[in-house]
Design a binder for this molecule. Sequence first.
Ligand code: GSH
Length: 197
Amino acid sequence: MLTLFHRPKTRSTRFIFLLEELDAPYRIQVVSTRNRDGSGTADPANPHPHGKVPAISDDGTVVFESPAIALYLTDKFPRNGLGPLAGDAQRGAYLSWLAYCSGVFEPAIMSKFMKTEVPASAGWMPLAAVMPVILQQLEPGPYLLGERFSAADILYGTTFALFAQNPLIPRSALIDDYVARIVARPAFERALARDGG
Ligand SMILES: N[C@@H](CCC(=O)N[C@@H](CS)C(=O)NCC(=O)O)C(=O)O
């Protein structure tokens, strides 16, 4: 059985969304994590090396970090076509956009939030340079991979949704329409219903 180590209203909620989209069998194990104010403790039951969520265990095979989990799950449960498989012409784009999310997009948001300049030698770029790249990819629409909805859209769509009321990410009709498409999916509703565990 596949276990999702989860804390409600965090990045792990996206994986309830994905597991619902995949129609995969899974159980949720709610764990504690540290809080933003420094209080709280990581749960020893959580296999993530820093006690963060999400992490999964698939009959003992542990996977952590969002892009890795997304890829593992879409490879393992290919039935609903949520991730192009090896040999698919869109595989390269899929892998790239998954990795870009936590390797470039999220650090760019955090740098802007922290008001820290992104050094030229950093592995990511300022948000002002990242947003045009994402917008260009989304322009043909309706999804990052064009007509094909994928797990990458779950990562980006829910991130944009989180910042819907936050001026940190400049709004555009393109992003608003994209978010509306993602959160209208029945699997998203089901994920919110199961978010508490
Ligand atoms: N790079 C990780 C980030 C995971 C992460 O930061 N999760 C937050 C919740 S949204 C967390 O567990 N925070 C508690 C902590 O840092 O101890 C991923 O993308 O999966």
